[in-house]
Design a binder for this molecule. Structure first.
Ligand code: MLT
Length: 249
């Protein structure tokens, strides 16, 4: 079944969860792996991220859109184009906690955005051994509310997948059909208005770029408040990766 969770609260136990926080956490995560970071550590709090600081680690994230004190960079995907260490620790308001939550509920977790839309759809196409994947596209939302931009991306992913779909998936696809371009959809969102107020309009345009990156982030392990993420193609036997493995940080 192809399903959509409109907020983190709607996450259900599922074979594959695909987390979307297109403005900007999953865009930044995808860009960071494309830049060559070998692993991301997504932390569900700023305090935990600070505890994870260590040799070769870069702290990235935001609170109210801007870089927290003591962090090395904010949560702009443009800041993640240049690799500045071996691992990136990412702590954001909604996206990172959603990734950590999804890792507790789904056997496999991928991260999606517009930058890697085609690569994610390819990774989700029915496999010979798995003709009808049970997948839930998980919209991070904003502070518990539905985020238009995440629903738009969820609808675009659902439209690229064959098979039976839930009404929530059909709603997301209908939302996606309302917009002529990805930029139109993202720019119409409340989160885009907040980014514009913070003088971060360039991130909206960057996050609206479609299928520019052939990188699919996958959760490879999870622990208390943290999920380790690496590029799917670099994970041995990726389709059997079980997030139940405890992350060694
Ligand atoms: C989030 O995780 O809430 C967003 O990514 C926030 C942001 O990037 O400004």
């Amino acid at each position: 079944m192809i399903d959509v969770a409109f907020t983190r609260a709607d996450i259900r136990p599922v074979e594959a969860g695909v987390v979307v926080d297109v403005l900007r956490a999953t865009s930044t995560a995808t860009q960071a792996l494309a830049a060559g970071y070998y692993r991301l550590l997504c932390a569900d709090s700023i305090e935990l991220a600070r505890q994870l600081r260590g040799p070769g680690r870069v702290l990235a994230g935001e609170r109210r859109c801007v870089k927290p004190p003591g962090f090395d960079q904010g949560n702009s995907p443009v800041e993640a184009i240049e690799r500045r260490g071996e691992e990136l620790v990412l702590a954001t308001t909604n996206g990172a906690p959603t990734i950590v939550t999804a890792a507790k509920r789904a056997r496999r977790v991928l991260l999606a955005c517009l930058l890697n839309l085609a690569a994610v759809a390819e990774a989700l196409l029915p496999q010979r051994h798995d003709p009808q994947l049970d997948v839930q596209i998980i919209c991070s939302g904003t502070d518990g509310a539905v985020a238009l931009e995440d629903v738009y991306v969820a609808g675009r992913i659902c439209a690229a997948l064959p098979g039976e779909r839930s009404d929530a998936a059909r709603v997301a696809e209908a939302v996606a059909r309302c917009f002529a371009t990805p930029l139109e959809a993202l720019a119409a969102s409340a989160d885009a208005a907040i980014l514009r107020q913070a003088d971060l309009s360039a991130d909206i345009a960057y996050c609206a770029l479609e299928s520019e990156l052939d990188v699919v982030p996958a959760v490879i392990a999870a622990g208390a408040g943290v999920a380790a993420v690496a590029e799917l193609d670099r994970v041995p036997d990726a389709h059997s990766v079980d997030v139940g493995d405890t992350v060694s940080v």
